[in-house]
Design a protein around this ligand. Structure first.
Ligand code: AVI
Length: 322
């Protein structure tokens, strides 16, 4: 998920009215149990760490989804209406969208991301490599309502939400997002969406506890951001990464665990930690094909096709807006 919070101009005098990060961090660390939103992982360093995660031997989702998009490209292309506009919710590396653009007859591509700078870099590369494709970047928070560029309003629309980012939403948030996407794209639109599947718990555990410690650095990066952008004084060596699979709730949970009794100051507020106390930083929900179809149905979409890899590690669904 590329949701980039604005860096505060002055770490010591932040404008709490305008800083969502400051407000969320203070509110969420005041809760019991403490938490921080995963959207704050993704500053420049966090985005680089996530890119590194996608290349780890233990982290199967990215390469497995790419394999499905590659192997099933012709089938996916067969359900795309001619002259359609492809609307991507969140704009990450362009590797996945390029697979769709190479195989299907899209006339236009609309990447939507909160970071305009990131979008423009991505758009110029695609314009160069797909000269017949009209590219209309939209700088917006894709989890909320936004207007499509007028140039694509009359075209058939196909949403694209890869990466299993849907799994980082709570189930009610996932439903809200899918409803909002349906409202934006309109009745009859299609959506291609990736969702990670439930599987052997050891495989899941290893994917979020890699031997090289990259996921641990990614998790701890949110404290690095608080220190730099909000004037916090977290001692990084006093927190440890923990990722566990919660079977009842079908999710990997990431936590930062306090190694000792300690206090941390941020924005004039003191937060106390007990030894072993957690900051819950991320959930990554794992779906079955059936539970994903039910989520889609309850959110105004009908799944028409579901593709998986041979080992049933990951799923890509095509669905239609009702
Ligand atoms: C972005 N998202 C789908 C990743 C996931 O697997 O939930 C984020 C991530 N967290 C730890 N490793 C990767």
């Amino acid at each position: 998920m590329n949701v980039h919070a604005p860096a505060l101009a002055d770490a010591h005098l932040p404008d709490e009215q305008t800083s969502a990060f400051a407000r969320d961090a203070v509110d969420d660390l005041s809760l019991h149990p403490k938490r921080l939103s995963p959207k704050y992982f993704y500053d420049a360093a966090g985005s680089e760490l996530f890119e590194a995660i996608t290349k780890l031997p233990e982290y199967y989702p990215t390469r497995t989804e790419l394999g499905i998009l590659r192997d099933r490209g012709a089938e996916i292309a067969s359900i795309i209406p001619k002259g359609a506009a492809l609307i991507e919710f969140g704009a990450g590396a362009t590797t996945k969208v390029r697979l769709l653009l190479e195989k299907s007859a899209f006339a236009a591509y609309v990447p939507v991301d909160i970071s305009g700078e990131f979008l423009n870099a991505q758009a110029s590369g695609l314009r160069r490599d797909f000269p017949d494709l009209a590219v209309y970047p939209v700088a917006a928070d894709f989890t909320a309502a936004f207007a499509l560029p007028t140039q694509v309003v009359r075209r058939p629309k196909v949403g694209f939400f890869p990466g299993s980012t849907i799994g980082n939403f709570e189930p009610h948030e996932a439903s809200t997002f899918l409803r909002s996407a349906r409202d934006i794209l309109g009745r009859g639109a299609q959506m291609i969406i990736g969702a990670d599947l439930e599987k052997d718990e050891r495989v899941l555990y290893d994917a979020y506890n890699d031997a090289a410690g990259v996921t641990a650095r990614f998790n701890l990066n949110v404290l690095v951001r608080i220190n730099r952008e909000l004037g916090g004084n977290f001692d990084l060596s006093a927190f440890t990464h923990r990722a566990i699979y919660n079977r009842e709730r079908h999710r990997i949970e990431m936590h930062l665990i306090s190694r000792k009794k300690q206090t941390v100051r941020m924005l004039g507020t003191t937060f106390s930690f007990r030894p072993g106390e957690s900051i819950h930083t991320e959930n990554s929900y794992k779906y079955s094909i059936e539970r994903f179809a039910a989520l889609a149905r309850d959110s105004g979409w009908t799944v028409s096709e579901s593709w998986t890899d041979a080992a049933r590690m990951f799923s890509v669904h095509a669905m239609t807006a009702e």
